[in-house]
Design a protein around this ligand. Structure first.
Ligand code: COA
Length: 261
């Protein structure tokens, strides 16, 4: 990995651990952080030794408390559009990643932090987590895909309320709305849960996992025919060595040994 300044990264047993580390600013996302995220995820896709990603925020208080308001306060109409489009581009790269990406949400996930969490494939929260899109308090709206992804995830009724009121949700509300996969008492336990899920996924054929990402994302892409993408992806799997290995292993009553080929 190239040298990173704000995002700490460490790879262990096939899992890339990313920690957004601006604790004194509650890990608010500035432009440099977004650029680092983009560079990291572009590399993740091509790096065979990384089989899953966990993203969390430094400290106990915040996952990410939003885009950096000091940068937002300087925008004009032209660069505001670029600001939003760049954030959308980065979060789309994360959402499309062919390796599973889990957000471990410790504390505040507000604004761009909530948008980052919902761009990940799964979310495991600690009991002190709080979710919200408070942009209306600043005279703006979410710009990193939040109006779209939140509505897709939890439905128009509650998403509209959350986006219009700027209210924060606690973990119980977030879980009951389908925003969370799991809730754990502490950050350590949330990371352990994420590792347990990733290890299970890592025992499957890597190509299948990437194809599932594409097919699930196609559900939300208005210009895609998800059923066609599913059929194409299914056919793509059948061309792989792992397909031979998986089906042979079943017939030979043994465990498959997938190689990602
Ligand atoms: N951008 C830039 N700085 C931020 C930030 C953000 N989104 N969120 C928090 N910070 C900074 C604060 O300015 C403060 O910095 P300082 O110590 O230099 O003054 C530091 O992080 C700690 O935050 P503070 O507000 O003192 O903590 P708190 O416990 O009183 O409140 C929050 C926590 C999350 C409720 C509050 O920080 C907040 O409302 N943040 C903004 C959330 C938001 O609107 N996000 C969407 C942005 S689009």
């Amino acid at each position: 990995m190239a040298e990173q300044k704000i995002i700490l990264s460490e790879t262990k047993d096939g899992i890339l651990y990313l920690t957004i580390s601006r604790e004194s600013k509650l890990n608010a996302l500035n432009f440099n952080t977004l650029e680092e995220l983009k560079n990291i995820f572009n590399e993740v896709n091509d790096n065979k030794s990384i089989r899953g990603v966990i993203i969390t925020g430094a400290g106990e208080k915040a996952f990410v408390a939003g885009a950096d308001i000091t940068e937002i306060a300087e925008l004009n109409e032209l660069n505001a559009r670029k600001f939003a489009e760049f954030g959308q581009e980065v979060f789309e790269i994360i959402e499309s990643c062919h390796k599973p990406v889990i957000a471990v949400v410790n504390g505040y996930a507000l604004g761009g932090g909530c948008e980052l969490a919902i761009a990940c494939h799964m979310r495991i929260a600690t009991t002190n987590a709080k979710f919200g899109q408070p942009e209306v308090n600043l005279g703006i709206i979410p710009g990193y895909g939040g109006t779209q992804r939140l509505t897709h995830l939890i439905g128009r009724t509650k998403a509209t309320e959350i986006l219009m009121t700027g209210d924060m949700l606690d973990v119980n509300e977030a879980k009951s709305l389908g925003l969370l996969n799991h809730v754990e008492a502490t950050k350590e336990e949330a990371i352990a849960k994420a590792e347990e899920i990733l290890k299970k996924i890592m025992s499957k054929a890597p190509l299948s996992i990437g194809m599932i990402v594409d097919c699930v994302n196609a559900v939300y892409a208005s210009d895609e025919n998800g059923y066609q993408i599913e059929a194409n992806s299914f056919a793509r799997c059948v061309k792989s060595e792992d397909y031979r290995e998986g089906t042979n292993a079943f017939l030979e009553k043994r465990k498959p040994n997938f190689k990602g080929e």
